[in-house]
Ligand binder design. Structure first.
Ligand code: SF4
Length: 338
């Protein structure tokens, strides 16, 4: 059992995270109105909206600069017409994840680790998402299917780590999350649970005292990989969430995706990694975008990304330089590029 001092997250907003989650911005017209923008400059795509609806939490939208179409946060959520472009090689399931799906909700791609899709939805729809075409309904386990997933893990003693992914695993309730963690803690050979989540960034109010208490009580080693792409996504409420997590011994790492016209310049990445480190989060991966249909406009070349990493090495201590990686279809681990 780790440090019992559970920090309270004091939010600048009065709503609970569930209230924020049930009041997401889903109408592009509302987003335009809040941001004082005119759709004529960047029309939205109805096809893109049908395929992958707009979802944006209000605390995230508050960090977008009004009147600025070039805002790096807006670019991550705006369903623009470029999503209708079809480029050869950009497909619905670029990682062939279905091949590694032995039990609904469980992916076994990596040696010693399995991935559970703990929640069938996210708090935000990131337009570059590599799972935007993923069949969450088919991979949204019932209790019976959860039992099958736990049995699969219990029967393979080479599995030491469970990666909770999604959707966003923190989109489930504290009660469900507590139950899930308890079931995993009961499997003796598991040592670590890694939680990949964007919720501490987009709705930091999600890091409730109840959740922090639950994390502090498990015997499992906990790693939380927050997904933050730009310094502008961070504010004082996010920092308080990081503090509450690190106070109870959760290891905090960041995985960013290098995205054209969002963060594909060295200044943005240096700023991001310095700010994260100031708040106990270490840069972990800088991911190349996956070749997902509808996301071509975010793509950067290997050469450009490698140049960025070289500049980061020249400007930052080594521990603040993330590993530049990509996932190749059929491979059991990430491939390091630089
Ligand atoms: S939070 Fe992660 S899984 Fe969800 S839409 Fe964004 S990138 Fe995809």
């Amino acid at each position: 059992m780790r440090n019992q001092a559970v920090s309270l997250i004091q939010s600048d907003r009065s709503e609970t995270w569930q209230e924020i989650l049930s009041d997401l911005i889903t109408d592009p017209q509302e987003l335009l109105q809040i941001l004082r923008l005119d759709a004529q400059s960047s029309p939205y795509s109805l096809d893109a909206l049908t395929q992958f609806p707009l979802k944006a939490p209000r605390p995230f939208v508050e960090r977008i600069e009004k009147g600025n179409w070039q805002d790096p946060l807006l670019r991550q959520i705006w369903p623009c017409e470029s999503e209708e472009t079809h480029t050869e090689g950009f497909v619905a399931d670029p990682l062939h994840e279905e091949e590694f799906n032995p039990v609904p909700g469980l992916l076994h791609k990596y040696q010693g680790r399995v991935l559970l899709t703990a929640a069938p939805h996210c708090a935000i729809h990131c337009r570059y998402c590599f799972r935007r075409h993923f069949d969450y309904q088919a991979n949204s386990p019932s209790r019976v299917q959860w039992e099958k997933a736990f049995a699969y893990i219990a029967n393979d003693s080479s599995i030491e780590e469970v990666i909770l992914s999604g959707g966003d695993p923190l989109a489930i309730s504290d009660k469900q999350f507590h139950w899930l963690l308890q079931q995993l803690a009961n499997i003796k050979h598991l040592t670590t649970v890694r939680i990949h989540t964007r919720l501490p960034i987009v709705i930091p109010q999600r890091i409730t005292p109840e959740l922090v208490r639950c994390l502090s009580e498990t015997r499992l080693r906990l790693v939380m990989v927050v997904h933050c792409n730009h310094r502008q996504e961070l504010d004082s409420t996010v920092y308080r969430a990081f503090s509450a997590l690190s106070d109870v011994g959760v290891t905090l790492l960041n995985q960013a995706v290098v995205l054209k016209d969002v963060n594909d310049n060295s200044e943005a990445l240096i700023d991001l990694n310095k700010a994260l480190f100031q708040h106990n989060v270490l840069p972990y991966y800088l991911h190349m975008p996956d070749q997902v249909a509808g996301t071509e406009h975010f793509y950067v070349t290997d050469q450009h990304a490698t140049e960025l990493i070289k500049t980061l090495h020249a400007s930052l201590p080594g521990y603040l330089v993330p590993r530049l990686v990509r996932e190749n279809p059929g491979e059991r681990g990430k491939t390091r590029i630089a």
